[in-house]
Design a protein around this ligand. Structure first.
Ligand SMILES: [Fe+2]
Ligand SMILES: [Fe+2]
Length: 183
C-alpha cells in the first residue's frame, strides 16, 4: 500500500465522524436536544483516532520523511498542515469544555458548542482536501514503491503503540452513526 492510499482510507473514516458531527450541530442549531453521550463518543473518536493515531502517523512518520526528501517544497506544505493540526486540537479542547457545559445546561451551551463543531468541520474538511490532493501528489512523487511501503510499515508501528485499537474506535464510530440515525 502507498502512504497516500493509507491516508485517504483513514480520511474516509474521519469523514464519517465529521458527517455525524455535522448532523449533531445541525440538529442543535434547530433547537433539538442531543444525548451528551453521543457527543462524548464523537469527541473520543476524534481524539483517539483522528488526532493520536492518524495525525500521529503524519507527524511522526510522513511529515518528517517528506521534509527530508522534498526540502522546501515539503516543509512548505507540512508547516501548513501542522498548523491545522494545532488549531484542530484547540477546537477539540474547546468542544470538550463546551460539551461539559452542555451536559449541565443544554439551552445555554448549544449555540457555542454547535459553532465550535462547525468551525472544526470546516477546518478538517479543507485540511483533508489538501492532504488528499497536493500533499498526496508530492508524497507519491517523492518516494519509490518500496520506500512507500516502509513508511506505511512505520505508520503501522505508531498505531500498534496506542492504548485504544483501531477496531475498537471504528466500533465506537459505527455505534454513533446508528444512534444518530435512530435519534
Ligand atoms: Fe493531517
Ligand atoms: Fe490526514
Amino acid at each position: 500500500m502507498k502512504p497516500s492510499e493509507l491516508l485517504k482510507q483513514e480520511h474516509r473514516e474521519i469523514g464519517r465522524a465529521i458527517s455525524v458531527m455535522r448532523s449533531v450541530a445541525d440538529r442543535m442549531e434547530a433547537g433539538e436536544e442531543i444525548d451528551p453521550k453521543i457527543i462524548g463518543d464523537i469527541l473520543f473518536f476524534l481524539m483517539e483516532f483522528a488526532d493520536l493515531c492518524h495525525h500521529g502517523k503524519e507527524e511522526k512518520v510522513l511529515f518528517p520523511a517528506l521534509e527530508e526528501r522534498a526540502g522546501d517544497a515539503g516543509r512548505k506544505i507540512t508547516d501548513r498542515l501542522m498548523a491545522d493540526h494545532r488549531i484542530g486540537r484547540e477546537h477539540i479542547a474547546a468542544m470538550v469544555k463546551e460539551s461539559k457545559n452542555y451536559e449541565r445546561d443544554k439551552r445555554g451551551a448549544q449555540e457555542k458548542l454547535a459553532r465550535e463543531m462547525m468551525e472544526y468541520i470546516s477546518l478538517l474538511t479543507e485540511h483533508i482536501r489538501l492532504e488528499n490532493t497536493t500533499f498526496s501528489d508530492l508524497v507519491d512523487r517523492s518516494f519509490s514503491e518500496e520506500e512507500g511501503e516502509r513508511l506505511v510499515a512505520r505508520c503501522d508501528e505508531v498505531e500498534r503503540e496506542l492504548a485504544v485499537g483501531h477496531d475498537q474506535l471504528l466500533g465506537v464510530l459505527g455505534k454513533v452513526e446508528r444512534e444518530i440515525k435512530a435519534a
